[in-house]
Design a protein around this ligand. Structure first.
Ligand SMILES: NC(=O)c1ccc[n+]([C@@H]2O[C@H](COP(=O)([O-])OP(=O)(O)OC[C@H]3O[C@@H](n4cnc5c(N)ncnc54)[C@H](O)[C@@H]3O)[C@@H](O)[C@H]2O)c1
Length: 335
């Protein structure tokens, strides 16, 4: 059992990772306020099991006055900032919302945290800020070379945070998780797209020849890593969170199909994403020194995610109507 923290404000708490963090925090007795605009990617159903045990503000982090009123009223000690536009394909189609939320929204939070003397601010960034790595693993002080518009906005937010740390002594910790997967992930991301389409016996789009490599982190391990940093992370420092489990996208698609007992013929190679980063990989020695380790192997995580998807198929399917147009734009057939 983790020590409880009385006042945490969580932005993006209705999202995939944020809601996992909120459910876990409430289980440990933390007092949690959620600020979430509840965009297409947010869903309060993810918090159904803890309904009534947290305070919710359905608010946009770009609405500064509203955010200020919330912080004044709730007086949080810690802020954990997950809220973001998160889908790379959407950032390639139109980056405006990403600049607004990921960059300007983050600056609002920096300004208000400084104004109200927040004790510690946890900024959830991403391993994508490093750009691709052909070999080796990125360390926290590796150069940032974001390779797509989403990653560029996440790197921009990081630079604003680092500048505030240096200029104003902003008490921030930056977290860079690897690719997450697990229950409640919105089915525009790779793992739930495969599961949903395979369960529906539809073709599964795989970019290029599926050779891109990703490092996969189970979502509860990611949330646990952030809790470790809440207690032990040093202000001004950055921490990678990864699993050291890397696999090509094609292998991941094949593995999920095997688990579902479906044919590999469902895999359909589609025109590659422009500027598709080949591989992400992070060195996690720094957070491991604080006692954190991933607890869920990829095999366990994928089979748990699949059984969750079977039990919650109507939730996943309910998202499809919002995705049809998106899929049409993104997945152009090859050959
Ligand atoms: N999913 C991953 O694999 C992954 C990996 C590394 C880092 N991250 C980072 O972790 C964080 C959470 O990712 P996720 O996968 O849970 O994202 P998500 O897309 O599932 O959730 C994002 C949440 O932010 C909310 N939101 C968006 N714009 C907002 C705004 N202007 N004001 C208030 N709320 C807003 C949405 O409603 C949603 O609930 C993000 O910052 C992301 O960059 C994600």
């Amino acid at each position: 059992m983790r020590p409880r923290i009385s006042k945490i404000l969580v932005t993006g708490g209705a999202g995939f990772i944020g809601s996992t963090f909120v459910r876990e925090g409430i289980r440990c007795g933390c007092g949690i306020t959620v600020v979430d605009k509840v965009t297409y990617a947010g869903d309060l159903a993810r918090l159904r099991e803890v309904q009534g045990q947290y305070t919710l503000y359905k608010t946009d982090i770009c609405q500064r006055q509203k955010l200020e009123d919330i912080i004044r009223r709730e007086k949080p000690r810690f802020i954990v900032h997950f809220a973001a536009e998160t889908h790379v394909d959407r950032s390639i189609q139109d980056v405006a919302a990403f600049i607004r939320t990921n960059v300007m929204g983050t600056q609002n939070l920096i300004d208000l945290s400084l104004k109200f003397g927040i004790e510690k601010f946890f900024h959830v960034s991403t391993d994508e800020v490093y750009g691709e790595s052909r070999e080796g693993r990125f360390l926290e002080d590796s150069i940032l070379r974001p390779g797509n518009p989403y990653a560029a906005t996440k790197a921009s937010a990081e630079w604003l945070i680092k500048a505030a740390v240096r200029t104003f002594g902003f008490p921030a910790v930056i977290v860079r998780p690897a690719n997450n997967y697990g229950p409640w992930q919105y089915p525009e991301k790779f793992v739930p797209v495969i599961i949903l389409k395979a369960l529906n016996n539809q073709n599964i789009p795989v970019y290029g020849k599926g050779k891109q490599i990703r490092e996969w982190l189970y979502v509860s391990d990611c949330a646990a890593g952030i809790f470790t940093l809440l207690h032990k992370g040093k202000i001004g420092e950055t921490y990678n969170i990864g699993s050291y489990f890397e696999q090509s996208n094609l292998e991941t698609a094949r593995m999920i199909l095997r688990y579902l007992d479906k044919s590999e013929n469902l895999i359909q190679f589609v025109e590659d994403r422009p500027g598709h980063d080949f591989r992400y990989s992070v060195d996690c020695a720094k957070i491991r020194q604080l006692g954190w380790r991933p607890q869920v192997s990829f095999e366990e995580g994928i089979s748990g995610t699949i059984s969750w998807a079977r039990d919650n198929f109507s939730w996943l399917k309910g998202k499809v109507k919002y995705l049809q147009n998106h899929w049409k734009k993104v997945y152009r057939k090859s050959g």
